[in-house]
Design a protein around this ligand. Structure first.
Ligand code: ADP
Ligand code: MG
Ligand code: MG
Length: 250
């Protein structure tokens, strides 16, 4: 078992403090859901764990077991098993999806994987995700639909086999069928060696991939943690009740 442990994390962009003391412990084998109104720091939290340079950590720690994640480069974090499926995947003209994925896979290996093995694995996963096989030969995300970009993030996750997958609104832009396929792919990853943190606004994803832990992030803090009942409450009541707790929404 591995543990991703976040303690009293404070994060700023420029002068503005976005995260104001996040505490979160994620063990492999667990599935965590993070919900919360827009603009309250969910993407910031996932991006900081991955090491996005636009954010400054002003206080607090992130560890995987005894490894200090904040001292690692993005590359080292990826090798340590962290994966971020982005809310808005980048288009990279000039780099084919297949070349990008192969470079990413090889960066995790001592010896480069053989082209034959890589292609076989790629094709299997593309078929499982019911993606158009031509996407692999196109430039990364360029002209991909919203749903294709999201499936491409999941394809990358399947190839990299991370320990801690951070999935940021992976269900946005997916139609009902695509959502089932993606949920199924996440479900297949479930093991004692895998943890997932899913940010989403919608109950539907969490019905298909039931979380073991649910957190509500408001104004840079986790104001509530619980089980599936929290998802139902938000689905029925929105976030109005948050204000009654005296918490200021950003
Ligand atoms: P969420 O994912 O919960 O919708 P985000 O983490 O994306 O929220 O954003 C948190 C806050 O950070 C928002 O108020 C947003 O406006 C602010 N923010 C994001 N990027 C920047 C930036 N480059 N400069 C200043 N503020 C930013
Ligand atoms: Mg948002
Ligand atoms: Mg976001």
């Amino acid at each position: 078992m591995s543990t991703l442990k976040i303690k009293d994390l404070h994060v700023s962009i420029g002068e503005k403090e976005i995260l104001k003391g996040i505490n979160l412990t994620i063990n492999t084998g667990e599935i965590h859901a993070i919900m919360g109104p827009n603009g309250n720091g969910k993407s910031t939290l996932l991006s900081v764990i991955m090491g996005h340079p636009k954010y400054t950590v002003t206080k607090g720690t992130i560890h995987i077991d005894d490894q200090n994640v904040l001292e690692m480069s993005v590359d080292e974090r990826s090798k340590a098993g962290i994966f971020l499926g982005m809310q808005y995947p980048q288009e990279i003209p000039g780099v084919t999806t297949s070349d990008f994925l192969r470079a990413a896979v090889n960066a995790h290996q001592e010896k480069p994987v053989s082209l034959f093995k890589f292609v076989r694995n790629l094709e299997k996963n593309i078929a499982d995700l019911k993606m158009d096989e031509n996407l692999a030969h196109r430039y990364l995300n360029e002209g991909f639909s919203g749903g294709e970009k999201k499936r491409n993030e999941i394809l990358q996750m399947k190839l990299l086999q991370p320990k801690f997958a951070l999935l940021d609104e992976i269900d946005s832009g997916l139609d009902v069928d695509a959502l089932k396929i993606v949920a199924n792919a996440i479900g297949e990853m479930k093991s004692n060696d895998f943890a997932c943190v899913m940010v989403s606004h919608y109950e539907r994803l969490f019905e298909l991939v039931p979380p073991s832990h649910v957190h509500v992030l408001v104004n840079g803090r986790i104001i509530l943690s619980g089980g599936k009942e929290v998802v139902e409450k938000i689905d029925q009541e929105g976030y109005e009740w948050v204000k009654e707790l005296g918490v200021e929404v950003l």
